[in-house]
Write a protein of this length. Structure first.
Length: 403
């Protein structure tokens, strides 16, 4: 039986915020106070569902078996104008680079890209007002109170897009994993057969003066990957956040320029915005050419003219330092910095079609709490049609308990 991977970059979870507590309809009763009046307190706010970026996570594995996220309900108001307790917020820690979509409609919701960034996914219901809020000169003993606002619930899709400086793009067996292994301490699986890499991996590449940059290796792309062929469609999104793309084509390829154009076309079909990123072409496996300068000159005649080209061999350690210098120069070029700033400010996330998903949550597991939570309070009289006429002109105001 194949070993299950721990790299989880896609998960569906069910979230439910807390409902607001009910306002109290209590009447003050004390000795020597025959007309104590209303003193029912407000209900507490329900807990929020909050997404929080955490750089200590690099996959969504911790959410794979914790797919039902529930926040606490707000407490009910009580006598002596005592407000109910606020429901505790529920935080969901996610890796930086996580994108959230509505699981039912595919609509984009939010994006978490920075450590410590917090996004309120679902707001808890506001607590209902107690009867003392409705006391007026003409209605000095109101015997009704507001119920709390209901909870919100939503099934969402969390997608992880790796954050890296350089993303590797190439056909299977182009030498991507070998390059990552040679330039960093990462140890991706290497084999002499297609699709050796079945999941993305990150490597930190050391550079001069203690500097470094992050390189991302994704599974090989084949022609038609943008239409679902091979593994490319699933992992192409991991290069959407890379500031620089490194195209890798082996030196023994019949037509290097044609293979590069096929890769470029797959990226353009998947997301046209990828064409705006900086690009570098690396001709790999140059150790196969030996010292044949004539053959090397012939290869240079059939290369693209619109991007920098470098000849390398990860196995023979040839041209690696030149490649690092070129990547560092391109990453820190003014045009690349400007493109990164522009992309960050104008990035647009498209809605997606999740109709092919079969990993649905069972309705029976989406519990609505215990039955006793919904039993009527002895101090509460639910509003009828006549009572609503008295509340038509009442404006709901935010109180410290409801913020």
């Amino acid at each position: 039986m194949a070993q299950e991977s721990n790299f989880i970059d896609y998960v569906k979870i069910y979230c439910r915020s807390g409902r607001g507590g009910r306002g109290s309809c209590h009447m003050h009763r004390a000795k020597y106070m025959p007309k104590g009046g209303p003193d029912g307190g407000n209900g507490g706010r329900g807990g929020h569902i909050i997404l929080r970026g955490n750089r200590n996570y690099w996959t969504l594995l911790h959410l794979r078996y914790d797919r039902h996220i529930h926040a606490e309900h707000g407490g009910n108001g009580s006598k002596c104008k005592s407000s109910g307790a606020q429901g505790a917020d529920k935080y969901i820690d996610v890796p930086c680079g996580t994108v959230v979509y509505n699981a039912e409609t595919g609509e984009y919701i939010c994006d978490v890209t920075e450590h410590g960034q917090e996004v309120i996914l679902l707001k808890g219901g506001r607590g209902g007002l107690g009867n003392y809020n409705f006391c007026t000169p003409t209605n000095q003993a109101p015997r009704y109170a507001q119920p709390g606002e209901p909870m919100q619930e939503l099934s969402v899709i969390l997608e992880l897009k790796l954050l890296a400086d350089v993303g590797l793009v190439g056909f299977p067996n182009a030498g991507k994993s070998t390059l990552v292994n040679a330039m960093s301490s990462a140890k991706p699986k290497i084999g002499n057969y297609p699709f050796t890499t079945l999941e993305p991996s990150l490597g930190i590449v050391p550079y001069r003066d203690g500097r470094s940059f992050v390189i991302a290796d994704i599974p090989g792309i084949i022609e038609g990957a943008s239409e679902g062929r091979g593994l490319g469609l699933r992992f192409l999104r991991h290069i959407e956040r890379n500031s620089l793309l490194l195209f890798m084509v082996p030196a023994d390829t019949e037509d290097i320029k044609k293979e590069y154009e096929i890769l470029l076309n797959e990226l353009a079909t998947f997301n046209p915005e990828l064409l705006e990123k900086g690009r570098v072409l690396a001709i790999t496996k140059c150790d196969l050419l030996g010292q044949d300068e004539e053959l090397l000159e012939m290869l240079k005649e059939n290369l693209p003219d619109d991007l920098p080209v470098v000849f390398i061999s990860a196995v023979a350690q040839q041209g690696l330092q030149q490649l690092k210098d070129l990547l560092w120069e391109e990453m820190n070029s003014e045009s690349n910095k400007l493109a990164a700033i522009t992309t960050q400010d104008t990035v647009v996330h498209k809605n997606k079609d999740f109709s092919h998903i079969s990993d649905f949550i069972d309705d029976d597991d989406e519990g609505w709490g215990d039955e006793e939570d919904y039993m009527e309070d002895e101090d509460i009289e639910y509003l009828d049609e006549d009572d609503f006429e008295d509340l038509e002109d009442f404006e709901y105001e935010d109180t410290p308990e409801n913020k």
